[in-house]
Design a protein around this ligand. Sequence first.
Ligand code: ATP
Length: 791
Amino acid sequence: MPAWHQMSKEDCLLEQGVDASNGLTSVEAADRLREVGRNVLIEGKGRNWLAILREQLCSALVGILLAAVIISLALGEYVDALAIITIVVLNTALGFYQDYRAEKALAALKRFEVSTVRVLRDGKWQALSAEELIPGDIVQLEAGNLVPADCRLLQAFSLRTQEAMLTGESADIEKVVKPLPGDDLSLGDRKNMVYKGTLLTYGHATGLVIATGMATELGKIAHSLHVVEHQTTPLQRRLGQLGRTLAIASLVIVAAVFAMGAMLGEDVRLMVMTALSLAVAIVPEGLPAVATVTLAIGAMRMFNLQALIRRLPAVETLGSVTVICSDKTGTLTENKMTVESLCVDDENIRLPDRSATDRVPAGATHLGVGLDEGTSAAAELLLMGAGLCSEAELRSSGDDASEPANLEALGEPTEVALVTAAARCGLSKSALLEEFPLVEELAFDSVRKRMTTIHRMEAGSRQTLLSSDAQAVAFMKGATDQVVNACSERLWHGQRQPLDDAVRLHIASLHDQLAAEGKRVLAVACRQLAKLPATFVAEEIEQGMTLLGLVAIADPARQEAADAVTRCQAAGIRPVMITGDHPLTALSIAEQVGIGHADATLSGSQLATLSDDELRQRVGNVSVYARVEPNDKLRIVEALQQIGEVVAMTGDGVNDAPALKKAHIGVAMGVTGADVSKEASDMVLLDDNFATIVNAVEQGRIVYDNIRKFVRYTMSSNAGEVVVMIVGPLMGMPLPLLPLQILWINLVTDGLPGLALAVEPAERDTMQRPPRQTKEPIIDRTMWINIAWVG
Ligand code: ATP
């Protein structure tokens, strides 16, 4: 058999025994899955139980206790020695059990990180866990995601990948679909293939899975990828430090007491026992275990609130967040986009109030009554363009595809809204594609803010505004300014009219009116091409276009967002909106949820003129950044960090990864987020909701509070013991507590109640006080006084 890259895509499909339009059947898929196994790489081990046990035994506490055992043995106190050993074992077992469970819980959370893939099975596109992929599956590949399995490409639109991890090549690779000759092509040269674990940086594609799991190229070189990392948090490290300091303090006190006793001529044996008891009293045995457990419980609680923690330190950092920078679309708004109206020839045309699944009487334009013929034809052309120029689709999801109620919308919400709007007016995308088959797509990205598709024109079109002698037509849609820049004329009552400055200004004001209502406004343009070009260069095609009109899309603010914003503000946290959308749209939504006002708005172009110093001066007051590019997010985070803020930053796209990494808490979107953004994040929002971030911050504060409560509790009870132990002998009393008794008290009063403190609910003022300073010591002055007093 020739290699996959040498074969035509039809032969590849044949070889895999799969039909391009239906995919595998679920029965066949289940069989294959049984045969080849799940699409996973052999998992590396996390911290195993031996490692956890070793950590438990290597603590300062155990060292001191073991010293106590040896001294007791030397003094012939065999019963004491045995008892202390028992206590050490019990304490270690308790600590081990807690730590082990925490580790398991965190590993369980890791498993929720598996990404989902759109797969064609039984003739339907379905979202499946990437682990269920098998050779023969047909999958959709989108920019920003990691390739889920080795695939032969069936269709590719401007697809580029980053394969450095596999081939060492750091430049992006342009992908193709055609077969490539040569059976000795290196992996990097097999440009019609994509490989598991590499990154899709641009465009989109469909691919045929040819290898999964350990059979993939990545599997061949991977031995222990997927390691469940064990991370200690700054807090755990500080607690460890505190433990060590206390151990040293105990040795000093012990030496002092022993010396004092010896000078006073006390019984040496008694003094040794006293010193031992003291040492044991001072060390807070339960501290490390309780911290671990509290952090793990915090992470579990956050998970139940839809926030998946990817890095444990995030749990405590969340508690000290001072600024939350959030995307608008989907996080503060519902991301349920609906086209409300079209603006053609200055007419504001409201779309008929029906859904895409309603049956529409055939043959009519259905676009309002009373429009002149030219306007109505232009509106239809605009909707055709909006429907065709998108990756979204309405597909049949039920058995009976002719039943419109079985239509299912697939794709990015903005595009789904457009395709649905066209369908609401009787223009089904699949029928349009038959008339205007797709030839090429110049993809959308957040920097260009527009996209173009090129379609072949089959002989003649019923669209009166399209000339029938052109071979192709290009449709463009995108941010109004970006589209208008590519236009040289517009349609005006059925006639072409040059776009002079006055007309451009007029269009901008129409746009602003709609945007000020909080609508996302897209412009649509078209251009007929006399000849179908051989290659498609964006600069050549995206010029001299004809503007057709504007589309106003509504995306309501999330109901819970305003409430979450208020909670943030009460908690001394400043919410900031950063969006790619137009400043007016952004500001309107910001005002609805209570984030900003006009003075506190900065646009991407204004941002570009500010130097880093100037930005640093402004950044403390701006609460809405609009029309920004993903790279700007990085600048904003850096500026905020420089003025001392602790920043949580959300992001969903490929280009957001650097900003997410840089932020103290990088927050990725679980539903709409690209894999790369999730990889770069500390926390994933399973519901993409702003309110969830605020809930997670509250949990972060609770965790920190609870650990402090435990520290105060255990330290004050230890302080009590120390006082008793020092004062007793000084007043000539017999030794008040034996080491054994102290250990027993500590075991039952520290370990178990400590666990109870770990699950304490929130205090009433948890979200009513300002964020904790990151540099704040765990035990501050007030707490020391409190410990001494209670002790
Ligand atoms: P946010 O940062 O709040 O989530 P966003 O990420 O949705 O906003 P982008 O997706 O970068 O912002 O969109 C920026 C602009 O690009 C939009 O205002 C819109 O004008 C345009 N746009 C968005 N989606 C599309 C699309 N699918 N096709 C063409 N243009 C689009």
